[in-house]
Design a protein around this ligand. Structure first.
Ligand code: ZN
Length: 252
């Protein structure tokens, strides 16, 4: 993480006039990032309240498919848990939250929503025992282009909130993949297959029991699943692996 860029962005957020990230309305002093109307309509998923949900089903279906196709040679997977803070709704303004973090350098806003996500995680029986947070890594080249990893911003906030370890260096992205936005679900899967590896020098010093893989948005689940397989191959079945993101795209 480029610390200078990180802090400059935080300062800019304080100094500039503030507008609702979703609808663009000018914010009152006590409002933060969202106006009262967009706060009232905030499309919470409430996935953290239930072990089985649409996101976890999609994640587990992707894991099973990869096992069937030989991508993962391990014979057994228990049902993995997954949660997101809000429905991304491609047509609605809430998609601007992860976009602002990813492309607009709005790190303070990203941290704000990540803290809300963290609150949901640690109030939930399903995720309360997570003991390590691992962001989906960017390729080194992408990291240089963007200056920071949006998934790491979210992961760091969750780790601080929960008082647990964040390991942004546990997974590495070996493949420089093209931006996934315009790819079909099948192409996304092919695009990230085998893209991630565990950094063994780091992993040797780690003994997590429940890892939370963190990304900004969950669409097909291909990215999180590719990280899942990399962790599973190294750590075996003693490790529980769950996933959390800010946004969940509920129409694949
Ligand atoms: Zn608004």
């Amino acid at each position: 993480m480029d610390d200078l860029k990180y802090w400059l962005s935080s300062l800019a957020d304080l100094a500039l006039p503030r507008y609702c990230i979703v609808c663009g309305r000018k914010l009152e002093t006590r409002e933060r990032h969202l106006c009262i109307y967009c706060s009232a309509d905030f499309p919470f998923t409430r996935f953290w309240m239930s072990g089985h949900n649409e996101m976890a089903d999609r994640y587990n279906a992707m894991i099973s498919r990869d096992m069937d196709s030989g991508e993962c040679t391990l014979a057994y997977e228990e049902y993995s848990r997954a949660t997101a803070l809000f429905f991304y709704h491609a047509e609605a303004g809430y998609r601007k939250i992860p976009q602002a973090l990813k492309y607009g350098g709005r790190i303070t806003a990203g941290r704000y929503f990540a803290r809300i996500l963290a609150g949901t995680l640690f109030s939930s029986d399903i995720f309360a025992d997570v003991d390590m947070v691992v962001p989906v890594p960017l390729h080194r080249r992408r990291m240089r282009e963007r200056g920071y990893n949006q998934a790491e911003v979210i992961a760091r906030e969750i780790a601080v909130y929960g008082g647990i370890e964040e390991r942004a260096d546990l997974l590495v992205r070996r493949k420089y993949t093209q931006t996934q936005t315009r790819l079909s679900p099948e192409d996304k899967r092919t695009n990230v297959r085998g893209a991630f590896e565990v950094e063994e020098k780091v992993a040797e010093k780690c003994a997590p029991s429940h890892v939370l893989v963190v990304d900004d948005v969950f669409t097909t689940g291909a990215t999180v699943t590719a990280c899942h397989h990399a962790l599973r191959r190294y750590f075996g079945f003693g490790l529980r692996i769950s996933a959390a993101t800010l946004g969940f795209v509920n129409s694949g």
